[in-house]
Design a protein around this ligand. Sequence first.
Ligand SMILES: C[S@@+](CC[C@H](N)C(=O)[O-])C[C@H]1O[C@@H](n2cnc3c(N)ncnc32)[C@H](O)[C@@H]1O
Length: 322
Amino acid sequence: MRTLTNDSTRFFQSVLRRLASKARRSAESIELRAIAALDSGGPFSSSHADQKQTIIHSTNYNMLTSESEDYYAEQYWAQILPMLPVKDSIKSILDLGCGQGRMSMRFASRYRQADVTGIDISEAALMTARSAAASEGIDNVVFTCSEIGEELKRTQSRSVDIAVMTEVAFYHPNWINEFARLVEVLKDKGLFIGSFRTTYYNVLLLLKDNRFADARRVMNSSSGPLSPGREIQFSWIHADELRNVMQASGLEVLSVSAVGSCSGIPGDPHALISRPGILQDHERKILMEIEMSLNTHVPDAGRYVLVVARKSTSSTSPVVFP
Ligand SMILES: C[S@@+](CC[C@H](N)C(=O)[O-])C[C@H]1O[C@@H](n2cnc3c(N)ncnc32)[C@H](O)[C@@H]1O
């Protein structure tokens, strides 16, 4: 048995590599398959600049105003809210890959006494976020242009109460290599709230277009390209793999649930079932009720899988790898 202390990032990475090679030897080991795939190369290796430019370009899509995104923000919040700590205990919140700030602003509004920092690599998205916060009169949020890995290096260890990373990891497969540092910057009992693209979503997406070989590749890996001829790397994960990564990182999982188990935005396979943005108010309300009831039963079926996890105090719950 080996014990991982909070500041031993290098050891964490070597353990990940060891787990990864073990996973490669064992095709049945679904718990470790995600780690193996992600360990084989991140997005910012050979085609760093392309990946970054594509991500920045993608933020032309405005998460504050685009169809159904308000519905999904509401659904995130409704799922997260019951697990949020009392208001005056929270001082520092970090929203990694905040985009136009739809989640940062919700956190800043709930925790008016806290300092909320939203970071993103897209200055355009941040400008939209700043003006939205100003027009809402939210003054305890700062939006800064920064890359997640760099931001985590700069952030003081044990200084963050809540770290948020919603709908970011699918574009940032390197998240898993940075996750030990993310856990380090959390205070004891700090919360991590993140959402990740589900394997199921990508398989549906590819099967919908008769791309059977690509769908099989997605099933057997956890990162890689999705569009033919493009080098852009994505990541995806099963709910049980996500749970295992959280637990292996010293976090206690409070909940794992779907976001959008029966609905989507245009382009999503789920949009063939239902699109919140074009529904009448009463229909949208019923859809929300149904998804809120289903989400914990079918976490893999979501457009994203949402995890809420709490850092264990190092004295009571060290991270242990067999
Ligand atoms: C789909 S948007 C989600 C925005 C926000 N988290 C939300 O839920 O509304 C993904 C965001 O992640 C940002 N992003 C992706 N990789 C990043 C990285 N390595 N560092 C900082 N931001 C990143 C993108 O620029 C984009 O704004």
